[in-house]
Design a protein around this ligand. Structure first.
Ligand code: RTP
Ligand code: MG
Length: 142
């Protein structure tokens, strides 16, 4: 069994609507464990660095404005195949295309205000975890 880590954000639209607990509940029910978490408010530089892969795309400025519009919860999740399993739990980027029962189908407001982020590969997960957390802020479970 390979235990993997992934990186997750509860985005500003979900924090504003008091959905942190609901989303954590779904993460835990899916068998993923929260091994690090904190609330932060990103500034523009932090958000631009996080979404650097999208720099130059037409939605980039709006994405950065949205991600800095309020506090977010950032967390590290651990479990078997955590990257793929958390992407499945989130559903597709656009909530209109997200499968029933996924976080985005149930909570997202729009393509931009889509409530959650999840790393798209183990390599992205490693980069994103290191972008927000020091090693000693992560508490692996027994
Ligand atoms: P995320 O990185 O936030 O988990 O979302 P994702 O992998 O499902 O989607 P990605 O392609 O990485 O896009 C990042 C975020 O940018 C916004 N977006 N807007 N056409 C558009 O207006 C557009 N496309 C993407 C979404 O908020 C998406 O989550
Ligand atoms: Mg992405």
């Amino acid at each position: 069994m390979t235990i993997e880590r992934t990186f997750s954000i509860v985005k500003p639209d979900a924090v504003k609507r008091n959905l942190i607990g609901a989303i954590y509940n779904r993460i835990e029910k899916a068998g993923l464990r929260v091994v690090a978490a904190k609330m932060i408010r990103m500034d523009a530089n932090k958000a631009k660095g996080f979404y650097a892969e999208h720099e130059g795309k037409p939605f980039f400025d709006d994405l950065v404005a949205f991600m800095t519009s309020g506090p977010v919860m950032v967390q590290v999740l651990e479990g078997e195949n955590a990257v793929v399993r958390y992407r499945e739990l989130m559903g597709k980027t656009n909530p209109e295309e997200a499968a029933c029962g996924t976080l985005r189908a149930d909570y997202a407001l729009s393509l931009r205000h889509n409530s959650v982020h999840g790393a798209d590969s183990p390599e992205s997960a490693a980069r994103e975890i290191a972008y927000f957390f020091a090693d000693d802020e992560i508490c692996p479970r027994d």
